[in-house]
Design a protein around this ligand. Structure first.
Ligand code: 6R9
Length: 651
């Protein structure tokens, strides 16, 4: 589907004095690799340390003893770095611009002084509820400033936050509360989005039925919608915030103390709690933010992600605030009340850097350029994409209609696990190629390995799996409560390397092209979904005997979810039952997991040892059944003919 354009797209005029130019990039990149310790010793100083570090790097990728530590004897506080240290110079500068879902509702501009007041108060509320250093706090919130206050309040007192995307179901929320052992969950009454409301408090009530009865619930009364209230368990945060002191001394934290846990899908059924720590993560988020977006004082940065994903953590909150930037928090969706919403917000707040996902660009492209063209987008300087490979058609549209050919587009490849950008262009230094994430960021050593042999492929071009040869400060440190799983997932398959789970090609110019996941993870609208998670939700339904889920190319979402379902004996297939299963998966996991296509499968192709042959199911879902490869090892080759005959994704 994608047209491959290997020609470089020249850097638009006006970027000659970018923070990093082409010569700087080469010089700094070489230094970051040849003298990694010296490079990061200097870069770590972009943070304020209560006690400076003397040890920069102490990392080991050896299977069985993987250990990652950066700045390990340094002491700092993340909230101080994001707020207090800016107060002498930026107290009255806007830190957060809050743009509500309803375009007619008032915008809020929160200055650094106000942010400091709110975060300190929020931190005092947490302390009053018995939250201590190291305790876990789950945050299940809409995209409102209180979500940012809650995260920074945790950082201030040394609690570990775990934000759960507000689109997740009560079950998914309960699993994360339980796995992290959280003491407290913070939520809001309801969350407006696209003119509709999600009942976050009642979802939390439902989740807490499956959790320890000691878990407290802090509620932000955001819309004022009626909710149930359990005395002794539920706490009105805004009321308490008005009563407590606006002073809360920051807790000095070790660089390697955990800052947050963020759950992400893997290739097994259970999401992993990705752990990021304080010093290395913040230094890396701060540095990538500054250089990749060429951020200058006075700029207004907008990342359209949700704080429930890592992109929201690093590039709505931590990266921007660590730089004293102005960051936009948007509660709404791109297409409500109409398809001009993004561009209206860009015009209204004079956004200078705009960072979004290819899936949003494709959806807006489908609505026609007139929605963009009627807005004044002259404030825009740099555009960015994240979450999945961008198809060159969408890139060209983004460049032409949004950037008007004036704005460099940075395609940023990274992961929840990497904490910040890893392979990305830089606006004034690296010429883009539509669809390629281009070149590694400072300190990042990507390698392309042969998937089967694990041999490092030297020279260009090369195609294989993407691994990283050495640590960088933003790297995840462990899987919460399961270091063994951390090592097995990322360090076992290719010894000595961090394995990303992505396939990739390096072209003649050394540019990297991410070709998608090579494991059982699919990327739906830039969100990771484990096929095993959807399968276990399906088989939990009483009428389902067996299910196999694969991805297939989807024109808007990048990948869609294709489910093969075998029903229990005696159950009749029907369209009604398909709807029932879709709703079931939505409620088990959340709307993002809803299958796009369900095919009734009287049988699934299995090896004689009973392993489902996903390779075959994937080919059928992709309509590529002419190339099924060897099916002689199947126990019942005939089931394949039936599946092909009844496939759903017909051209
Ligand atoms: C930040 C984020 C990570 C996976 C990653 C890859 C895909 C992300 C990409 C991209 C191509 C890009 N991905 N950015 N693929 N080009 N610019 O998205 O984190 O949710 O953990 O997803 O997303 O497959 O492995 P996360």
């Amino acid at each position: 589907m994608s047209i491959e354009n290997t020609a470089k797209h020249p850097i638009p005029a006006g970027f000659e004095d970018a923070l990093v130019n082409a010569a700087d990039y080469e010089r700094l990149y070489d230094e970051s690799i040849s003298d990694s310790e010296g490079f990061w010793a200097r870069e770590g100083k972009r943070l304020d340390w209560i006690h400076p570090y003397s040890i920069v790097k102490n990392t080991d990728f050896t299977m069985g003893q993987v250990s990652i530590k950066w700045f390990e004897d340094g002491i700092l506080n993340v909230a101080v770095n994001c707020i207090d240290r800016h107060l002498p110079t930026r107290a009255n500068q806007t830190a957060i611009i809050f743009e509500p879902d309803d375009p007619t509702a008032p915008t809020r501009h929160i200055t650094y002084a106000e942010l400091s007041d709110r975060v300190n108060r929020f931190a005092n509320v947490l302390l009053s509820q018995g939250v201590m250093r190291g305790d876990r706090v789950v945050i299940y919130m809409p995209m409102i400033p209180e979500a940012a206050y809650a995260m920074l309040a945790c950082a201030r007192i040394g609690a570990v936050h775990s934000v759960v995307f507000a689109g997740f179901s009560p079950d998914a929320l309960a699993n994360r509360i339980n796995d992290s052992g959280a003491k407290l969950v913070i939520t809001a009454d309801t969350a407006p989005r696209g003119g509709r409301r999600t009942a976050l408090k009642s979802n939390t009530d439902a989740a807490l039925l499956h959790c320890s009865d000691r878990v407290r619930c802090l509620v932000v009364k955001h819309t004022g919608d009626q909710t149930t209230w359990i005395e002794g368990r539920d706490v009105d945060v805004l009321k308490l915030m008005s009563e407590v002191s606006p002073e809360c001394p920051p807790r000095p934290m070790n660089a390697e103390d955990p800052l947050f846990i963020l759950y992400t899908s893997g290739s097994t059924g259970k999401p992993k709690g990705v752990v990021h720590t304080s010093g290395g993560y913040l230094a890396y988020a701060a540095m990538t933010f500054k250089y990749v977006f060429d951020y200058r004082d006075g700029d207004v940065f907008w990342c359209t992600a949700d704080v429930g994903w890592v992109t929201g953590h690093s590039y709505i909150l931590y990266g921007p605030l660590a730089n004293g930037a102005t960051t936009v928090m948007f509660e709404g969706v791109p297409t409500w009340p109409d398809a001009s919403r993004f561009w209206q917000v860009c015009e209204k707040h004079k956004v200078t850097q705009f960072y979004t996902a290819p899936t949003a660009i494709r959806a807006l492209m489908g609505q026609g350029p007139e929605w963009v063209d009627k807005h004044d987008l002259t404030s825009l300087r740099i555009l960015g994409t994240v979450g999945e490979p961008i198809n060159p058609e969408a890139w060209v549209w983004y460049d032409k209609h949004v950037g008007k050919g004036r704005c460099p587009i940075v395609d940023t490849w990274w992961q929840t696990e990497t904490g910040g950008h890893m392979i990305t262009s830089l606006p004034g230094a690296i010429e883009a190629k539509p669809g390629s994430a281009t070149l590694p960021f400072f300190g990042v050593k990507p390698e392309v390995l042969d998937a089967q042999t694990g041999e490092v492929l030297k020279g260009n071009p090369a195609e294989g799996v993407l691994c990283i040869a050495d640590s960088w400060p933003g790297q995840m440190r462990t899987v919460w409560g399961d270091h063994e799983r951390f090592m097995e997932t990322y360090f076992q398959q290719y010894p000595g390397y961090y394995f990303t789970g992505d396939g990739c090609r390096r072209d003649e110019d050394g540019y990297y092209w991410i070709t998608g996941r090579v494991d059982d993870v699919i990327n739906v609208s830039g969100h990771r979904m484990g096929t095993a998670e959807v399968e276990s939700a399906l088989v939990a339904h009483e009428k389902v005997a067996e299910a196999a889920v694969v991805g297939y190319p989807h024109h808007l979402k990048g990948q869609g979810i294709y489910a093969y379902v075998t029903l229990m004996n005696g159950v009749d297939p029907s369209d009604e039952l398909k709807r029932e299963l879709e709703t079931w998966v939505r409620t088990e996991i959340g709307p993002i997991a809803k299958p796009d296509l369900i095919q009734w499968a009287p049988g699934l192709p299995k090896t004689r040892s009973g392993k489902i042959m996903r390779r075959i199911l994937r080919k059928i879902a992709e309509n590529d059944y002419g190339a099924l490869g060897d099916i002689s090892t199947l126990s019942e080759p005939a089931v394949v003919d039936d599946l092909i005959e009844n496939r759903m994704n017909r051209p």
